[in-house]
Design a protein around this ligand. Sequence first.
Ligand SMILES: Cc1cc2nc3c(=O)[nH]c(=O)nc-3n(C[C@H](O)[C@H](O)[C@H](O)COP(=O)(O)OP(=O)(O)OC[C@H]3O[C@@H](n4cnc5c(N)ncnc54)[C@H](O)[C@@H]3O)c2cc1C
Length: 555
Amino acid sequence: MTTKPVILTVDDDPEVLQAVARDLRREYGDRFRVLRAESGAVALEALQQLKLRNEPVALFLVDQRMPQMSGVEFLEQALQMFPETKKALLTAYADTDAAIRAINTTRIDYYLMKPWDPPEERLYPVLDDLLDDWLSQFRPPFDGIRVIGNRWSPHSHEIKDFLARNQLPYQWLDIELSEEAQDLVKYADCDKLNLPLVLFSDGSSLLKPSPLEVAAKIGLQTQAGKPFYDLAIVGGGPGGLAAAVYGASEGLHTVLIEREAPGGQAGTSSRIENYLGFPVGLSGGDLARRAVTQARRFGVEILNPQEVQGIRIEDPYRIITLADGSEISCHALILALGVSWRRLNVPGMDRLTGAGVYYGAAQTEALACQGEEVYIVGGANSAGQGAMYFSRYAHHVTMLVRGESLASSMSQYLIDQIAETPNITVKVHSQVVEVKGETNLEAIAIQNTQTGEIEVVPANSLFIFIGAVPRTEWLDGIVARDDRGFVLTGTDLSQNGHRPKGWTLDREPFLLETNVPGIFAVGDVRHGSIKRVASSVGEGSICVQFIHRYLSNVL
Ligand SMILES: Cc1cc2nc3c(=O)[nH]c(=O)nc-3n(C[C@H](O)[C@H](O)[C@H](O)COP(=O)(O)OP(=O)(O)OC[C@H]3O[C@@H](n4cnc5c(N)ncnc54)[C@H](O)[C@@H]3O)c2cc1C
């Protein structure tokens, strides 16, 4: 734990307050943080701040006779915020009756008489006892980011997903279910309808933040350190990360720009079982974390979250424009953009996406689905992995598959695992034709693709794992693509044996090079690529060899 538990002492007499605080610090300062307040009202304000920072309070040592708010009155309110904290009153002789009454009514643990000299005899033994008792029950609180929101809010989901995918530990507090969440929203003085509220361990908070604002707050790098790099890589999936490791390890000044979270699609996988060297598999998060560490060790700058939105050529420079309007110039550029989930275009989707209907997102939402019925759309490996992952949390998982079986779209090892998992049902010849609900998903309409019959089933959670499309519109007019948006490279560029239009060099495009010399594409975004982690890693790695060859003629 990083912060020490607090001892809070309250007294309206400044000299007494100073003396108590001094004695407390002398005896307990190495293990506890001693705070003081000159009135009950000031102390309550301080407690609200401590609550927002999730700092534990071990002991209240409070004067009974204070103007405006007596010690007992203060403790009654303080107890609502910190019910486990030990409570001791400091009283003058004349107040002892009130103190004794308070022991019964307010569950005060002890009352001590003023003056308390010598503290070794008249203060510390009692407090030692109370603090030992408190410590024996104490469980350190969560010491990280807390997100307070509504389970069905798309904005709350966006923030949770951003934190989870960037492997930033956080605690989720549902405003509908958690009293603590309701109290914190009150202490932070914010509107319950205006969530999510993100609380940081330094006591600061952000209301309805964007992922970029959260990133800035926690110190993720979103701006380039230099205006020019030898190599810029757009996309931090397996392909981009592999290229970054090889590029930087071979001496190229390298920057990698990632829109969401390093790891790409692979980072959302709960278990990758076919990647070489990991006989029992590894989670996509684990793979991403290792790759990022490796890339950083070689000096790669990773900007995240940051999106590349434009590109232009000023030979010999390739210049990309980021979402914040800034530009990065480089000699060689790798497009490792991967693919995004294909949208399910049925009535209700726009309204309910993020409010019970999700694309991928298994790891972010699985806990919230504890004991519930979960529906999954899709029949490929990603859907199979999602189903296996949810089966550990949900009461039951139904996979809705359009085809007649999983065999044509899923690896056999996953088909076997699903068959052996009793709480997964595979419903073939089934497609979702509508999602229904007022503020969140309440039901889905499923059509039998053979009979046309439609069945409406109650549902709170629908996870979509279908197909994938490249998002490459921003390359329009510069980088050639096929009619589905995948980037053309190498021999795929040749038109009836001719070099691509506008190509002026006295050589053919390299294997992974696009129609623009010095701009390369690797991984899932490339036309004709094999959609696998290993293939993207392989392409990212070998691409760097072509870049060396390209640079040797440019510089
Ligand atoms: C759930 C799931 C499970 C899978 N399981 C396996 C498995 O077990 N084994 C296997 O071999 N394969 C698996 N795959 C497939 C594998 O993950 C992909 O083939 C692989 O991730 C492709 O890597 P990539 O680097 O080409 O692209 P991606 O992983 O898609 O990464 C591309 C990255 O580029 C970023 N990006 C895109 N455009 C921009 C932009 N304009 N600016 C900045 N950043 C941008 C994206 O945010 C993304 O992070 C799985 C896929 C999914 C979704």
